[in-house]
Design a protein. Sequence first.
Length: 303
Amino acid sequence: MTFVDEHRGEHGVESICRQLPIAPSTYYEHKACQRDPSRRSARVQRDERLRPEIARVHRENFDAYGPRKVWRQLGREDIRVARCTVERLMRAMDLRGVVRGRRYKVTTTPGEKSERPADLVQRRFTATRPNQLWVSDLTYVATRGGFVYVAFVIDVFARQIVGWRVSTSLRTDLALDALEQALYERHAALDGPLVHHSDRGSQYLSIRSTDRLAEAGIEPSVGSRGDSYDNALAESIIGLYKTELIRRRGPWRGVDDVEYATLEWVHWYRTKRLLGPIGDIPPTEYEASYYREMNSPQVAGLN
């Protein structure tokens, strides 16, 4: 159409359309729609309204969502649209969700203790209430100033991140500080037995870590088979962290940049990220729903 506009004065619309080839009526209809957008088809007008909404949802969620998650979020905002329409428009807009890459190397070093806590989980990462089972793990981030290490504590019930810390060292303090944050945040809600599960890393088998768990009345659990499936849920959440934040925003300058970005990602993950295993809602919303149900008159009467 631009070509016809540029050369119509010299050659005429009909002769140009004959050579392209397109029907002159197509050109004239296109120009009429430019003058009066209401002449466009309902689908074209609908697409024009949806495009900025799709772009916004994708941008506000770390550019991590694919069509299914974007469609889910639009539905949560009462923007009704077919999933196939979201897929079509995202292709046209060249918007994609993140794709998990390769596994990352292990950052915890096996503890040398001959005795270690029993494996109370046995790869069954399920919980019927918050603060029933926590899982912990570490990962690393390469920066220009050297490796930075990040520790997470995750509540299995809602896949909620309850504690995290960033450090330039793999000392025991890193895992312990993440645990302390989790204990501080959840202290008031620790109203039942709680198991803390980890791999065989020395950071988690240290005397300080086990003593702190005992002091808090938390039962320790350590994977018994020595492979990644022993702590699969924690590794899955760390995989999201590496895929949605670390790989997409690097290269990283140093520990301060990683710490600030992790704070931003954790807040988004907890309050906004849609997680499939809990019904495509954020962890905080899933926990709030649980407590509302527990405090409802019907359930309270049974208790």
